[in-house]
Design a protein around this ligand. Structure first.
Ligand code: MTE
Length: 309
């Protein structure tokens, strides 16, 4: 029954319970002793199958990825999340999955990752502010999770929400965005095999500033679609409201596909600056769909991408 607490994801019992769980429990125990580094408590390794995604791309350093962040709940400066996100409690963590699904409920993060094969995927990450990074994410396909909870045929979109816990989030006192942070995908975008639920980077659990314990990664879209620290996933038949579109619909559309031919109203999207490349490094040409056109261009066949930006 929708709304009632239940936990009925049918993970295969033949798979050993995810190491991830043991590590998180272990970390919960040692958390009090851990000394704060850039990401607060020490992070645990996640076993991940390496894939061919991103072959030939040189990842940014762990330092760049974890210190140059956007997570406005912790402040609007790039270094605010790394300084402030450590106070967000990520254990215990549950995700409410509801709407047009067969098995709605509140699922513990341990159950969500239980039995899942973690993959390492190196994706180019392109921010709307015209910079980019290459990140070795660890995660699993969103489609895996959606298939487990059973998407009903009437579902056309997936809506996501971030945790809203003002006592741990100094940035939400500011009205820069309406909270909780919200994002959405069309169902075919959500089911695309490139769309990842990330739980780690560089083979370790995500640090809080990068969206622990579970965040979305949609590599052909601008970074703001990649919502962090997810607590709710809703299947719906209507296009959901999204935070940046609500804040400024002229500048941020629902689709937000990386497109060098459609400029942001205040700056060009034709080139990008690679973070960590040094002050004088050449700008790179931005690729249509961030270079993932072979995989995703078909999703938008016949659509006017100037209107549907
Ligand atoms: N998710 C939440 N909840 N709050 C945010 O402010 N910022 C978005 C996205 N997800 C954001 C968020 C933006 S603008 C970007 S570019 C990416 O997170 C940045 O991810 P990173 O800090 O891991 O590089």
């Amino acid at each position: 029954m929708a709304g009632r607490w239940k936990n009925d994801l049918n993970w295969s019992d033949v798979t050993p319970r995810a190491e991830f769980l043991n590590r998180r429990q272990l970390l919960a125990g040692v958390g009090a002793l851990a000394v704060g580094g850039i990401a607060g408590p020490a992070l645990a390794k996640i076993d991940a199958v390496k894939t061919n995604y991103g072959r030939g791309l040189e990842p940014n350093s762990y330092e760049d990825i974890t210190s140059y962040c956007n997570f406005y709940e912790f402040g609007t400066g790039k270094d605010d999340p790394s300084r402030n996100a450590g106070r967000m409690k990520t254990m215990p963590w549950s995700v409410r999955i509801d709407g047009l699904v067969d098995k709605p409920g509140n699922y513990g993060i341990e159950d969500i990752v239980h039995g899942v094969t973690m993959e390492e995927r190196i994706y180019r990450f392109r921010c709307v502010e015209a910079w980019s990074m290459v990140v070795p994410w660890v995660g699993f396909e969103l489609a895996d999770l959606l298939n487990r909870v059973g998407v009903q045929p009437s579902a056309k979109y997936v809506a996501f929400e971030t945790l809203l816990r003002p006592s741990e989030m100094p940035g939400v006192g500011s009205r820069v965005l309406e909270w909780p942070y919200r994002e959405g995908l069309r169902i075919d975008e959500a089911m695309n095999p490139l769309t990842l639920m990330a739980t780690g980077i560089y083979g370790e659990e995500l640090p809080n500033q990068n969206g622990a314990p579970l965040r979305l990664v949609v590599p052909w879209k601008y970074g703001f679609k990649s919502i962090k620290s997810i607590v709710r996933i809703t299947l719906t038949d209507k296009q959901p409201p999204t935070s940046w579109n609500m804040a400024n619909a002229r500048e941020y559309g629902f689709y937000s596909n990386v497109n060098p031919e459609v400029d942001h109203p205040r700056w060009s999207q034709a080139t990008e600056r690679r973070i960590g490349g040094g002050l004088f490094s050449a700008r790179e040409d931005t690729l249509m769909f961030n270079g993932y056109g072979d995989e995703v261009a078909g999703l938008y066949a016949g659509m006017d991408l100037r209107k549907n930006f």
